[in-house]
Design a protein around this ligand. Structure first.
Ligand code: GLN
Length: 488
């Protein structure tokens, strides 16, 4: 049962061939078997899941099911869930139980989903391998004995979905945290337009970049999840007055004489990527051409500076957002000799090394000596990148680029912080510009591991981004059934 996609499961639930309770049991059993080894959940919620499933079955029986009724999902442990521990994978929030529900998780409740648990992630979503988690890193189910990373920061969700420990789930993408992990686990990861999904109740990292979005096995499934998540929220002042309503299966935007101009980013041509990524990327571009797409070269002149700008802006915002964890109102508290000593001891004990590094960088670039040369300069680069995307979209409808340079790396790879940061080269620019971008499985490398590529669109063109991603998915034909990936 766990090889079903969301689309297939919904059909079987509607026809009453399976019940939500049966489906939920199938996932709970698998979590029981493999959850500890994969370390993809920080908290599992089996009782809640069974109660959700029973409520779904009652709605099916009454003939009035909700849009995603009975669909068992993993919620990244960055979304506050009422009465359920929400940790952001940090010691600081190890025992934090919110008294409120985030807008995104509430929307999933309203859509009838079943909550399996809270998925592991990098601490406060800062990282690329989910190794900065206080709870240890989740594992990629592909070639599991090799202990590869499932990516980060939404690596718990990708580990869970790829292994059949959830049918789909949520992520957040501040600089690539949905797309990169999806790309190395054979999944679809959609970073919507900034503002399409509410950030309210989602633990803040860098507020002007944080973007909730779905992770699933197919583009249609991701579109269904996004339809549930998206929508205006008066509680988030950056929430857009726009929604997303997918009718699946998504309809083709190529073939039958349909015209589409696809842009390839010139500046990325000189960036080193693995031969597999190059071969697979070129093959998919050729496939799209065969359906009638016109491929043009576009220029985003400052795109290679996006990394530097991101690693100034994101830590600056993080240093401000994380100032709230002072041991006074909630979260960890380590008592010191006086107030200042308590702050110091609490923050030294509660935050891991990478989070501390970000806050130090952030406060440094916001200091009076550095503000103009670092922060303002980064803000200007950000504006130029956003303008360049707008200009590029005068010449093309959608843009394609790799989601990362290569396949999943071993968790014990010894990388310096800068080497980790460099892995975000293909993803951060889209966050700086606020444009939608979807990572979709594009092929399998020689070593048997999946590779993803990105489709990028104009702001609020999320639907077409996913429609083009679906064409790529069909050409690539990557088999991501959990039982096949895990061999069991
Ligand atoms: N790897 C990036 C970082 O560490 C992106 C993280 C994210 O998108 N949350 O900042």
């Amino acid at each position: 049962m766990i090889d079903l996609t969301i689309t297939e499961a919904l059909e079987k639930l509607k026809s009453r061939e399976i019940s939500a309770t049966e489906l939920t049991h199938a996932y709970l059993e698998r979590i029981e078997k493999y959850g500890a080894d994969l370390n993809c959940y920080i908290t599992t919620t089996p009782e809640r899941a069974l109660a959700d499933a029973a409520a779904s079955d009652a709605r099916y029986a009454a003939g009035n099911p909700l849009p995603l009724d009975g669909i068992p999902i993993a919620m990244k442990d960055l979304f506050a869930t009422h009465g359920i521990r929400t940790t952001a994978a940090s010691r600081m929030l190890e025992n934090f139980v919110p008294q409120y529900e985030s807008t995104v998780s509430q929307k999933f409740i309203d859509a009838g989903t079943v909550l399996l648990g809270k998925a592991n992630l990098d601490e406060f979503a800062m990282g690329t391998f989910s190794k900065t988690s206080f709870f240890g890193a989740p594992i990629n189910p592909w070639q599991m004995e090799r202990k590869l990373t499932a990516g980060g920061s939404s690596g718990g969700t990708t580990s869970a979905v790829a292994s059949g420990l959830a049918i789909g789930g949520t992520g957040t993408d501040t600089g690539g945290s949905i797309r990169f992990p999806a790309s190395i686990t054979g999944l679809v990861g959609m970073k919507p337009t900034y503002g399409l999904c509410s950030r309210w109740g989602c633990v803040a990292f860098a507020s002007s970049l944080d973007t909730p979005g779905p992770i699933a096995r197919t583009v249609d499934d991701a579109a269904l999840l996004l339809s549930a998540m998206a929508g205006h929220d008066p509680k988030d002042s950056t929430s857009a007055d726009a929604g997303f309503h997918a009718h699946t299966p998504l309809s083709p935007i190529l073939g039958d004489g349909k015209k589409l101009r696809i842009g390839i980013i010139k500046e990325f041509a000189d960036v080193e990527i693995s031969p597999d990524m190059k071969r697979i990327f070129d093959a998919r571009v050729a496939d799209l051409k065969s359906l009638g797409a016109d491929v043009v070269e576009v220029s985003i002149p400052n795109i290679l500076d996006a990394l530097a700008a991101y690693y100034i802006i994101a830590p600056a915002e993080a240093s401000s957002n994380l100032a709230r964890y002072d041991g006074m109102r909630y979260g960890l508290r380590v008592d010191g000799t006086d107030l200042i000593d308590t702050y110091k001891k609490t923050r030294a004990a509660g935050f891991g090394t990478e989070v501390q590094r970000r806050m130090i960088i952030g406060t440094a670039v916001l200091s009076s000596e550095s503000y103009e040369v670092y922060f303002m300069q980064a803000a200007r680069v950000r504006r130029m990148i956003a303008d360049s995307f707008n200009a590029a979209f005068e010449q093309c409808d959608l843009i394609l680029c790799p989601a990362g340079a290569g396949t999943a790396m071993p968790l014990d790879s010894d990388l310096t912080p800068l080497e980790y940061y460099a892995l975000d080269l293909f993803t951060v620019a889209m966050n700086l510009a606020g444009v939608p971008a979807c990572s979709v499985p594009a092929g399998i490398a020689e070593n048997g591991l999946p590779l993803g590529m990105q489709v990028v669109g104009r702001r609020f063109d999320d639907m077409r981004v996913m429609q083009l991603a679906k064409h790529i998915e069909q050409f690539a034909g990557v088999d991501n059934r959990p039982t096949k990936i895990m061999g069991k």
